[in-house]
Write a protein that binds this ligand. Structure first.
Ligand code: GAL
Length: 892
C-alpha cells in the first residue's frame, strides 16, 4: 500500500489528504454516468433506397458533418461565437426524405445481426477484384438500423451514441433527424442524440456507411466493425476522454501522478461543481482493487455556460509499483464530480506508472534499455475480417509474444481501444499511428480526401482516447507520407506534431520515412523520432552526419514467404523464390521486394549501429490484401451499389478470365493468416529470445522427387554453434560468424530419413531438434488453444487441424479436404488454412488443409453452457473429435 506523501504546490496542484482508510472500492452502479453496450439487435442492408441520388454524397453532407467533434478542438471559439449551422437546410441533405432514416420505415425484411460486423469478410472472393484489398466486396453503401426503448427516467440526461470505429463515411440519424457522423473509418467518435431522442418511447437510429472502392492499400473491411455504446450522462459531466493521467516524475521510490480533468457543461447556466480524485491499485483487468490509496481534497471545478473547464490534482506516491513488460502493475484514478453534494459523474481511468526515454542510445523503460522488437500489424483478424473480437486480438498478441515480440506498430491507423487495453495487461509496447496519407494521396479515395477538414480532429481523438495507456510509447503522424518529398511538407508535419504535443507532452512524435534525399529531409526536423522504412544502410550514415537524431526501424524486412513452400534451386537473389505456378513464395526467408530486405540484413545494421531503438517488422501476421509480389490490378472493379445489379455483375464476372492471379492476402507475415508459424517465426525467435534454448530446421524432409539432388538446409537457433546430421552422418559443425544469424548447409544431397541438428552455446549443449521424412497421411489430429471458453457467444476456441501420418507427424504437403461438424451448443465461426491464394469462403464448415494444417474457429452459442464437440472428417483419413466446454463466467 502506498502512502501519499508531501503536499505539492504547483499552478494547478491541489492539497493532498492522507488516504481515507474507509473508502470503498467503487462500482459503476452508483454513478450518474451509464455506458452500455449498444451492439445487439441491429438490422442491416447493403444498398441505398432508390430516391437517394447524390444527396448523401460526402461532399454534399460535409457542412453538416463538420461540426462533429468540435468539442475536441482546444482552440475552438466559445459556443456563442461559433458559426450557425448552414441554413436553410434542404430536407434531403438531412436525409428526412429518405425512408431508411425515418422512424416509420419498416426494416423487418432487413437482415438481423449484432455488432461488431464486417460485411466484406462474408465474401465471396471475386477473382476480378484487386488482390490489394483482398478480392472481397467490402466497398459500397450499407445501412444499419436499431430500434430501442429509452426509459422515461432518462429525460434530462445527455444521450450519446459512441462508436469505436465504423468503416466509413458514417452518417447518423435519430428518429429521422440528422445527428452527425464521422468519415475516417479508424477513429473513435460520438454523436449527441439528445436533441432528438425521446425518453419513454421507441427510438430509431439509422446509420449509413459508404466505402469508396479505391479507399485503401489493404483490406479495410466494411461495417460497424468495432464496439458501439450508448452513453448517458448528466448535462454537466466529464468531457469525452476528459481524464488525462500523467506521471511526470518516476523513480523506484516515488512517483508524481497528475490527474487532469475536463468538465463539459452542456447547460446554459454556469456550473459549479466539486472534483474529488482517488487513486486505487488496479487488478489485472484494470479495475480498482481494495480501498483508495490516496485521495485529493475536493476542489472547485466551475465551467461557464455551454463551455468546458479543466483542473488537475497531483499526488506523490511512495514506492510505486511500476508498470513494465514483465510486471503489468496498474492503478486506477477515480474522478468524481459532485454538484450540491450529489454525485453527478464518475469516471474510472486505469493507468500505469512507468518512465520512458527515447535516446540516441536506444529506448529505456523505467531506466532500463529495452530493444524494440516490434511488428507492424494491420487491423484485420484473418478469417474473422475486421470485426473486432477480443479473444482473437488476445491470441494474436500471445502468438507474437511467443517468438519474442515486445511491441506493435498499429500500421497505419488508430487501433481498436481493446488492443491497447490488452497491451497494458499483457505487457507490450505500442506505437499508435494516425495516417497512411495526408493531403497527397496514395490511392484515389484515401485519407487525402479528408485530410484538410479532419486531420486535426482525428489526431486529437486518437491521442485523447489513448494517452492513458502505459503501453503506448510513441505517436506516429504518418507512414511514408508523400509530403516528405513535396515543398513545404515539413510545415504540415510541424503542425501535426504540434497538435499531438498539445494533447500529450509525455510521448515523442514519430513518422515512417521512405524518402531519404540527402539523408535528411525537412520533415525529419518536425518529429522527435525518425523512423526509417527499409533503410538499414542509412543508420550508420545518418548517425555519422546527424548524431543527435533518434533512430528507429519503423518498418523493416518485408520478407515474403508462404508457410511450407520451398522453391529449388535455392537462390540468394532476393528477387527470386517465386513459385509462379502456384502464386506462392519460397520459405527460405531470403526473398523480398525491391525496396525490402531480409531479417538478417536488417539485424546486421542494428548490430553495427547499436543506438537504433529497434524495429517494427513488416508484418507480424499475414493480413488480408496486398499480396506482393502477386498484386493483381484490374480496372474492372465491380459496382456493388445494389441488389438489382447483382445478376448483371455476376454475368460480367463469369465472362472474365478466371486464370488471373488468385492471391488475396499477404506473404509478409512472420506467421500466416491463420496464425500458424512460418519458418521466419523461428528466425525471429532465435534472435529476439536469445536465452530460450531452441533450434529449427528447414525445409521439411519429404522430397521423394529430389532424391540425390542438392537440397540446402538452414537452421535457426539461439545457440552459437550447430552440427547437422543426415541419417546419423555429420554434415559439419559450424560456428556463428559475425553478422550471421542463421546456419546454412548449402550442399546437402537429399536422401529420405532423419535430419538432426545439435546446437551449442558457449561451448555447452544448448538445443537440438530433428525433422523426419514422414509416412503418408493417415489421420487427422485436433488441438484447441483453449478447451474451456465462456458461453457469451463472443469467446472463441482456435482449433488446429493437423494432417498426420500414423505416428502423429504433420505430413508437410498434404492438402486434404476436411469437413467439420459440431454436436452440442457450439458453432463454427470461420475456417482458414493460411493459403494466400484460396478463394474458399472463411465462413464455412469445410476446408482443405494447406501444407498439412487447417484452422477452425468455434464459439459457444450465446448463453448455452455445456460441452460441445467438433468433429473433423476427410475421405481417406481417420477422423478426429475434440470437446470444448463453455461456461457462463463472464470475462469483464
Ligand atoms: C511499405 C508500406 C507498407 C507496406 C509495405 C510492403 O512501404 O509502408 O504499408 O505496403 O511497404 O512492403
Amino acid at each position: 500500500m502506498h502512502k501519499p506523501s508531501a503536499l505539492l504546490s504547483a499552478f494547478f496542484a491541489l492539497t493532498i489528504l492522507a488516504a481515507f482508510s474507509n473508502a470503498q472500492t467503487p462500482s459503476a452502479s452508483d454513478s450518474a454516468r451509464e455506458r452500455v453496450s449498444f451492439n445487439a439487435g441491429w438490422r442491416f442492408v447493403r444498398e441505398d433506397p432508390p430516391n437517394v441520388g447524390k444527396s448523401l454524397n460526402y461532399e454534399r453532407v460535409k457542412p453538416w458533418l463538420l461540426p462533429c467533434g468540435d468539442d475536441l478542438l482546444n482552440m475552438s471559439p466559445p459556443a456563442a461565437l461559433r458559426l450557425p449551422p448552414p441554413a436553410p437546410n434542404p430536407a434531403h441533405l438531412y436525409g428526412r426524405a429518405i425512408d431508411y432514416t425515418t422512424s416509420k420505415f419498416n426494416d423487418s425484411a432487413w437482415r438481423a445481426l449484432d455488432l461488431p460486423h464486417d460485411w466484406g469478410i462474408e465474401g465471396p472472393f471475386y477473382q476480378e477484384l484487386t488482390g490489394k484489398t483482398a478480392k472481397l466486396p467490402w466497398f459500397g453503401v450499407a445501412w444499419y438500423r436499431k430500434t430501442f426503448d429509452l426509459p422515461a427516467t432518462d429525460a434530462g440526461r445527455r444521450i450519446y451514441l459512441e462508436l469505436d470505429g465504423a468503416m466509413s463515411y458514417s452518417m447518423v440519424w435519430i428518429n429521422g433527424q440528422f445527428a452527425g457522423g464521422w468519415p475516417y473509418g479508424y477513429s473513435s467518435w460520438r454523436v449527441d442524440l439528445t436533441p432528438h431522442i425521446k425518453p419513454g418511447a421507441k427510438n430509431v437510429i439509422a446509420i449509413r456507411l459508404d466505402n469508396p472502392r479505391e479507399a485503401s492499400r489493404w483490406y479495410p473491411g466494411g461495417g460497424i466493425y468495432r464496439n458501439t455504446w450508448l452513453l448517458k450522462t448528466a448535462p454537466v459531466a466529464i468531457a469525452q476522454w476528459g481524464v488525462f493521467v500523467t506521471t511526470p516524475r518516476v523513480t523506484a521510490t516515488s512517483a508524481i501522478v497528475d490527474v487532469a480533468v475536463t468538465l463539459d457543461n452542456k447547460t446554459d447556466a454556469r456550473a459549479e461543481t466539486k472534483l474529488t480524485t482517488r487513486l486505487y491499485a488496479a487488478d489485472a483487468n484494470g479495475a480498482p482493487s481494495g480501498s483508495a490509496i490516496a485521495t485529493a481534497q475536493p476542489a472547485a471545478l466551475n465551467a461557464p455556460a455551454l463551455n468546458q473547464a479543466w483542473i488537475s490534482q497531483t499526488f506523490t506516491l511512495e514506492n510505486p509499483r511500476l508498470w513494465s513488460l514483465g510486471e503489468r502493475n496498474r492503478y486506477v484514478a477515480e474522478t468524481e464530480i459532485t454538484q450540491g453534494g450529489k454525485v453527478i459523474d464518475r469516471v474510472l481511468t486505469p493507468f500505469g506508472i512507468r518512465s520512458i526515454e527515447h535516446t540516441t542510445e536506444g529506448f529505456f523503460l523505467n531506466g532500463k534499455r529495452v530493444p524494440i522488437r516490434g511488428v507492424c500489424m494491420h487491423h484485420d483478424l484473418g478469417a474473422l475480417g475486421s470485426a473486432l473480437n477480443l479473444r482473437a486480438l488476445e491470441r494474436q498478441i500471445e502468438i507474437l509474444q511467443s517468438f519474442g515480440t515486445n511491441a506493435i506498430r498499429t500500421s497505419h491507423n488508430p487501433p481498436a481501444p481493446e488492443l491497447l487495453e490488452l497491451c497494458d495487461r499483457m505487457g507490450m509496447l505500442v506505437q499508435v499511428e494516425a495516417f497512411d496519407a495526408w493531403a497527397i494521396g496514395k490511392v484515389r479515395d484515401d485519407y487525402s480526401r479528408l485530410f484538410p477538414d479532419w486531420a486535426e480532429k482525428d489526431l486529437r481523438a486518437m491521442v485523447r482516447r489513448d494517452r492513458n495507456h502505459p503501453s503506448v510509447i510513441q505517436w506516429s503522424i504518418g507512414n511514408e507520407i508523400r509530403e516528405q518529398a513535396a515543398p513545404g511538407g515539413w510545415k504540415t508535419a510541424a503542425h501535426l506534431a504540434g497538435v499531438i504535443r498539445e494533447e500529450d507532452r509525455t510521448r515523442p512524435v514519430a513518422a515512417g520515412f521512405n524518402v531519404i534525399q540527402s539523408a535528411y529531409n525537412g520533415m525529419m526536423t518536425a518529429v522527435d523520432i525518425v523512423g526509417y522504412n527499409y533503410k538499414p544502410r542509412e543508420y550508420a550514415k545518418v548517425r555519422a552526419t546527424h548524431p543527435h537524431l533518434l533512430l528507429l526501424g519503423a518498418e523493416t524486412a518485408s520478407t515474403i514467404s508462404t508457410r511450407g513452400v520451398y522453391v529449388f534451386p535455392v537462390s540468394d537473389n532476393k528477387a527470386d523464390g517465386l513459385d509462379r505456378q502456384n502464386f506462392q513464395m519460397s520459405s527460405y526467408d531470403l526473398y523480398a521486394p525491391r525496396w525490402a530486405t531480409t531479417p538478417d540484413d536488417e539485424w546486421r545494421s542494428h548490430d553495427e549501429v547499436p543506438g537504433v531503438m529497434g524495429e517494427f517488422v513488416w508484418t507480424g501476421f499475414d493480413y488480408l490484401g496486398e499480396p506482393t509480389p502477386y498484386n493483381s490490378d484490374t480496372t474492372n472493379l465491380l459496382n456493388f451499389a445494389g441488389a438489382a445489379d447483382r445478376a448483371r455483375m455476376e454475368k460480367e464476372m463469369n465472362a472474365l478470365d478466371k486464370k488471373r492471379v488468385p492471391s488475396r492476402s499477404s506473404y509478409f507475415g512472420i506467421v500466416d493468416l491463420a496464425g500458424f508459424p512460418k519458418d521466419r517465426y523461428y528466425l525471429y525467435q532465435s534472435h529476439w529470445m536469445p536465452d530460450k534454448p531452441m533450434a529449427h530446421i528447414l525445409p521439411h524432409w519429404n522430397w521423394p522427387e529430389r532424391i540425390g539432388q542438392v537440397t540446402p538446409v538452414h537452421v535457426y537457433t539461439s545457440g552459437d554453434e550447430a552440427e547437422l546430421f543426415l541419417n546419423g552422418k555429420s554434415l559439419g559443425r559450424k560456428k556463428r560468424g559475425q553478422y550471421e544469424y542463421r546456419f546454412r548447409w548449402n550442399d546437402v544431397v537429399y536422401a529420405p530419413g532423419e535430419l538432426k541438428v545439435v546446437t551449442y552455446k558457449n561451448g555447452k549443449p544448448w538445443a537440438e531438434t530433428t525433422t523426419l521424412t514422414t509416412g503418408g497421411a493417415e489421420k487427422l489430429l485436433l488441438a484447441a488453444d483453449r478447451r474451456e471458453i465462456r458461453a457469451d457467444g463472443r469467446d472463441l476456441s482456435f482449433i488446429t487441424v493437423t494432417v498426420a501420418d500414423k505416428n502423429g507427424r504433420q505430413v508437410p504437403r498434404s492438402m486434404n479436404k476436411i469437413n467439420f461438424s459440431i454436436t452440442g451448443p457450439g458453432e463454427i465461426v470461420a475456417v482458414d488454412n493460411g493459403d494466400p491464394t484460396s478463394h474458399a469462403p472463411f465462413q464455412a464448415s469445410e476446408r482443405e488443409a494447406f501444407n498439412g494444417l487447417a484452422l477452425v474457429i468455434v464459439r459457444a452459442k450465446p448463453g448455452a453452457t455445456g460441452s460441445f464437440t467438433l468433429r473433423a472428417e476427410s475421405e481417406t483419413l481417420a477422423p478426429a473429435e475434440i470437446a470444448i466446454s463453455a461456461n457462463q463466467e463472464s470475462r469483464e
